[in-house]
Design a protein around this ligand. Sequence first.
Ligand SMILES: *[C@@H]1O[C@H](CO)[C@@H](O)[C@H](O)[C@H]1NC(C)=O
Ligand SMILES: *[C@@H]1O[C@H](CO)[C@@H](O)[C@H](O)[C@H]1NC(C)=O
Length: 495
Amino acid sequence: MNLSWQVAFSALMACAWGSDLTFPPGFKFGAASAAYQIEGGWNASDKGESIWDRLVHENPEMIGDRSNGDVACDSYHLWQRDIEIASEIGLHFYRFSIAWTRILPTGFSDKISEDGKNYYNRLIDGLLEKGINPVISIYHWDLPQQLQDLGGWVNPLIVDWFSDYARVVFSLYADRVKTWITINEPTMICDESYNTGFFAPAILEPHISPYVCAKNVLLAHAKAWRIYDEEYRPKYNGEITLANHLIWYEPLGEEDFELTELVRQNLVGRYSHPVYSKEGGWPPSLEKHMEEVSRRKGFQRSVLPPFTREEIDLVKGTFDFYAMNHYTSRLVRKAEPSEHIGSFPLNGAPDLEAVFEKDPSWSITTSHWFYINPEGIRRQLAWLRKEYGDIKFWITENGLSTTSGLEDRERIEFYRDYLKEVLLAINEDGQKVTGYTAWTLMDNFEWNDGYNSKFGLYEVNFTSPMRTRRQRASARYYKQIIDTHSVPKSPYDDL
Ligand SMILES: *[C@@H]1O[C@H](CO)[C@@H](O)[C@H](O)[C@H]1NC(C)=O
Ligand SMILES: *[C@@H]1O[C@H](CO)[C@@H](O)[C@H](O)[C@H]1NC(C)=O
């Protein structure tokens, strides 16, 4: 069967077992990873130390199984096998990140590592040879420790440090890489880290840092976007944006509607309104709320640092599409007087006096923070369009964590159910979703969960020196999704 026949046939089959389960022409499928989680080679050649290298070595007790990413999947040496498995699945693209410290050992652009540069050159060229488009995240949480020692993301100078690094990366790879993510998940960098102290750089300071960091991340993204736009787009015509981690928040009761909207503005709006709205700047409701909270706490100025007019204009419009990482949902209610409020963004929002809960119908995964609610992805997309207009979306991460095993029925059902919701968003709501990215290609170092939470389409044997990768049932199902350009029945549906 030729391809168009295959697509038409599968569309017919899809119609036969439900509503239209076919993806629009041109819809792209990929899988994602991140440098620290897979590469290993933490001190190979002249690589510098990152904040994750520092955290796992100095605070092993913060990692569930006291493991680290020193070797991880050893992709620093086994990158050819990674390309092979991406090709086995038939991915259209592979999203990976660049380790800042591998390219710039000092964190600054005074010295570019020859070995670091070559590592990513080989990976990019190898993917292209197999017809797989490389999608690069320039930053996926592994800040050079040297920059952290100077304050990291709360020092406004990071805007220049990051944009210098981004320019180096563009100069090396923009001739072949057409899709770019500047910064992955600002909420993890700014909120989860400073609100818990359990995430690199292991600093607990929830009052000021999350907000200062948010502003600096947005300015850094914007500056990198503008460098691409002015210096590289004219030659290479690629696309670039930042990737946001969006938890879908639902009100617990009718009376929690307004509060939930404010919570959405604090997560989604804080990192999206400055970039995607017509007016730019912070979401007005959040800005007003944070002024009041700051005054009540005794500060002379808002802890959410205002943007100048110039900064608003610098950040506004710095996107080519909306990149959405999505996994989970929460219910929002008002905190009782003197109730303990968990940390933002997963458990509550102390500055908003909001507590987050789970719906009893959502099942828990191997990751303590992750409850399954497929409808959340469609509702989140609808909210984004209501706020920012009819923009183009890519799902840049979505996937399930499980324990070990090759027959991963739950993961197949997860992809089936979430992708059905993505299709409803496209076909029923008319959303422009143009790509989907499975998290992740293979099991990896899942940050504070170590190697206990497995998100991979491929299983990795972490006790084997060869770090053997083996195909899971979900990898075959994902391949079938890609080959048929639709959501096929799960192999378990008839059991
Ligand atoms: C690199 O780190 C490993 C531990 O992961 C250590 O055994 C080795 O000596 C280090 N190599 C260098 C060159 O520092
Ligand atoms: C993982 O590798 C080790 C060492 O090579 C081997 O003994 C073990 O059987 C492997 N585990 C699986 C599940 O294949």
